[in-house]
Design a protein around this ligand. Structure first.
Ligand code: SF4
Length: 375
């Protein structure tokens, strides 16, 4: 398949793996974080981990939008859904995310009108077709999806649709990376930068990682060779004693980002003073809310939202997984009490979640994978 096969060539992958190995300093261990859940999925779907030398460990970051939603926000959304004449719409992945009082599926089973949609524009269609209902879209995602939510609000405003609003949970990637870099739990050597988010924000916002933390970051695409080439570029920087921001995904990511997309976000939304992230706690200026000028489309002002804070279940180690401190198989309930069918934590729900990726592709531990390859 054109534009796909050329990025999945096994011989080129092996050649790149050999070049990566040649860049490793003998006796040194390297820890690289892939920030984006899409990368985690590619890595385990295609077995990229097995191409890399033992001295390079890939750890997974907080870039899966479903995974970082705290239980309290799920409960808040359910409380909106349970109010009279409300239709709550959201992406399919959100339906199984556990809140303190159950998931959206549980609430739907009890009678709440909660519907899956593929885009915010689909949610707007639901509003047009149901003028006697109040239709709320639970908006989640990083800067990648925030423009489409903002465009939908603008569309609703221009069409005078009064029964549509958004429950805004959009988060921003830079404060989360800062929180990880400031965390004493983890020593990282470099970052595989999030390709999708970077199509909107560009590469410049990552400058602080090289300037203040002396770590390389390479914005990466999502095919196997993209990821291997990005690891090669990071290792090249480390071998040369450099720490810079580089763009492997230049066929898609403009260095300066997408000014139109950024413009539409800033027209409709502004930064919240703080927001709770699952596993990372409260991070200041790390999420977006609806601006006063579009208050008529802000579910948090239209409905009574309890703003509950729910502590994660004791067994859940999503926080450590999201910070790259532990591998999914190190969580005590991985693959036993917590599976994609019965998720305890969010990382097991979305296909971009690290635990779901490990579980679905049989990566229960590096040793067990090697054993399986040998036998
Ligand atoms: S196995 Fe389940 S509870 Fe443990 S970290 Fe993963 S998603 Fe969270």
């Amino acid at each position: 398949m054109r534009f796909v096969d050329e990025f999945r060539d096994a011989e080129k992958a092996q050649a790149l793996a050999a070049q990566i190995t040649a860049l490793c300093e003998p006796g040194r261990q390297y820890k690289l974080m892939e920030v984006c859940g899409g990368h985690t999925h590619t890595i385990y779907k295609h077995g990229i981990d097995d191409y890399l030398p033992e001295s390079i460990t890939l750890v997974h970051g907080p870039g899966c939008p479903v995974c970082v939603i705290p239980m309290g926000r799920v409960d808040d959304a359910i409380s909106i859904a349970e109010q009279p004449d409300v239709i709550l719409t959201t992406f399919g992945d959100m339906m199984r995310v556990p809140g303190g009082q159950g998931s959206f599926f549980d609430s739907k089973a009890k009678g709440a009108d909660i519907r899956m949609v593929y885009s915010p524009l689909d949610a707007l269609k639901v509003a047009r077709r149901n003028p006697d209902k109040r239709v709320v879209f639970m908006a989640i995602g990083f800067e990648t999806t925030a423009p489409s939510t903002a465009m939908t609000v603008l569309r609703a405003a221009s069409e005078g649709i009064e029964n549509f609003s958004i429950f805004c949970n959009h988060v921003t990637i830079i404060p989360a990376i800062k929180a990880i870099l400031d965390s004493p739990d983890l020593r990282l050597d470099g970052f595989i930068g999030p390709g999708h988010v970077s199509t909107v924000i560009g590469c410049r916002p990552y400058d602080f990682i090289s300037a203040q933390h002396a770590k390389p970051l390479v914005c990466a695409g999502f095919e196997p060779l993209d990821i291997l080439q990005s690891v090669y570029m990071i290792m090249g920087q480390l071998a040369a004693g450099r720490a810079e921001v580089e763009n492997q995904y230049s066929r898609v990511v403009p260095w300066e980002g997408n000014p139109k997309a950024l413009g539409v976000i800033s027209e409709v939304m502004e930064l919240r003073p703080y927001f709770e992230w699952r596993g990372l706690g409260f991070i200041s200026h790390s999420a977006l809310k609806v601006r006063d000028s579009y208050a008529a489309f802000d579910a948090e002002r239209i409905f009574e939202v309890p703003g509950v804070r729910v502590t994660d279940p004791k067994a859940c180690q999503c926080g450590e997984v999201l910070k790259g401190v532990i591998k999914p198989w190190e969580c005590k309930v991985f693959g036993t009490a917590c599976t994609p069918e019965t998720p305890i934590g969010t990382c097991m729900v979305s296909s971009e979640g690290a635990c779901a990726a490990y579980y679905n592709f049989g990566r229960f531990s590096r040793d067990r994978v090697k054993e399986a390859i040998r036998t």
